[in-house]
Design a protein around this ligand. Structure first.
Ligand code: LRH
Ligand code: MN
Length: 388
């Protein structure tokens, strides 16, 4: 039988990291639809993130992206966050928007370009020292578009060399999280295309190097929960970039396109001990709200993760293990589906009340009047975006 007080405790101590860039304008190559009230700087992004935490109680960490969140005084930005009950989370490097990186950043054939890219990665570690961040999240758009364009193995040598240099720079309590992605913007090879490539590099680097699973970065039909179970077993799952997709890297609200997949992923997280803080799994969102209101979309996303987590925590582990060892296929599947088909919204509403929060975060946000406040208050200035 599932211990409900343990389930409630786990839901109260859940921590979801929201991405600063999701509060800014974003779009596709076709169009970026600007929205009223969008933040103009990292301070205003934190102000919006504080609204998500105020409404949900489980989103006190904000990931930053450099240079989109570059400021003169990171200690002041950190203080601004802490005054609002927030901490600064993963520092995301960006070696995918500079003209010099057309043929690659750390894998570029030109050693001068590689040095420039490595310089940026090391700058990001300096920023982590100032923001108190544990994680450096590395995603490389590096790849090729045509067979023969470059030497696949030589690019891996260059990548490994840069990763080793970054690893050596990390402090004792710092980690590097290596993100993989099947394709885009490269369309023939991507230098870190899948979990195996990231895992292999992280194994060679050492314990401070872990794999990030961005749920939008796999080939269609990939069993992501298998990857999660495998990496947890190997103590190499550093975190998630949660979002959802119908086709490619759509960056839609997590759980929106495939809530059953998110449940299956959280089931493996719970089973593998990934919810325990000491396991060190970072639950980050990485989304773009191209047409929908951004703060409510992020609140909805946090609620989707909470619902999938609550369902996973309600799996009767004893009954499941018994059915699995008995080879009772239908019963084992039924035990899991019972949890998935459980309406956990009343449970989460009462957990929020126990946290002193409104049972419905969306209603709480609407009642806050924050959306009107920023729509009328944030006039003029340069709205934040990807700057591409
Ligand atoms: C790449 C990615 C990466 C971020 C970017 C915002 O697609 O998932 O995690 O740097 O989105
Ligand atoms: Mn990502």
């Amino acid at each position: 039988m599932t211990d409900l007080s343990a389930v409630r405790a786990a839901l109260k101590s859940q921590r979801i990291e929201t991405p600063s860039w999701a509060y800014g304008n974003s779009g596709t190559r076709f169009k970026v639809f600007r929205q009223e009230g969008v933040p103009r700087d990292p301070y205003e992004k934190l102000d919006d993130a504080a609204q998500v935490h105020a409404a949900t109680g489980v989103a006190p960490v904000v990931a930053l992206h450099i240079p989109w969140d570059r400021v003169d005084d990171y200690a002041a930005l950190r203080a601004h966050a802490e005054e609002r009950g927030l901490t600064l989370g993963a520092i995301n490097s960006n070696v995918f928007q500079d003209d010099d990186y057309k043929l690659g950043s750390v894998t570029n054939p030109d050693p001068a370009v590689r040095r420039k890219a490595l310089g940026h990665l090391l700058d990001c570690v300096d920023i982590m020292d100032a923001t108190g961040s544990r994680d450096l999240k590395l995603w490389f758009s590096d790849g090729t578009n045509y067979p023969g364009q470059d030497d696949i193995a030589a690019r891996q040598d260059r990548l490994a060399e840069a990763l080793e240099a970054v690893y050596r720079r990390l402090g004792d309590d710092q980690r590097m999280l290596l993100e993989y992605k099947l394709f885009e913007p490269a369309f023939y090879t991507t230098d870190v295309p899948d979990w195996g490539t990231s895992y292999a590099h992280c194994l060679k680097l050492g314990p401070k190097a872990q794999v990030v699973v961005d749920t939008g970065h796999h080939a269609p039909g990939t069993n992501i929960e298998f990857i999660v179970a495998f990496l947890l077993r190997e103590a190499k799952l550093g975190g998630f970039d949660f979002n959802s997709r119908f086709y490619a890297d759509d960056d839609l609200m997590v759980g929106a396109a495939d809530p059953f997949q998110l449940f299956r992923i959280m089931h493996e997280v719970v089973r593998g001990g990934g919810l325990r803080p000491e396991t060190g799994v970072a639950f980050m969102l990485d989304q773009c709200h191209n047409i929908e209101a951004k703060i409510p979309a992020i609140i909805r996303s946090v609620m989707n993760v909470q619902e999938a987590t609550a369902k996973a925590l309600l799996v009767d582990a004893g009954a499941l293990a018994a059915a699995q060892s008995a080879g009772d296929v239908l019963e084992a599947n039924a035990v899991l589906m019972d949890a998935y088909n459980t309406d956990v919204r009343p449970l989460l509403a009462s957990v929020r009340e126990e946290l002193g929060l409104h049972p419905d975060p969306m209603a709480a946000y609407r009642a806050s009047g924050w959306q009107q406040q920023i729509t009328t208050g944030r006039v003029g200035g340069e709205q934040a975006g990807w700057g591409a």
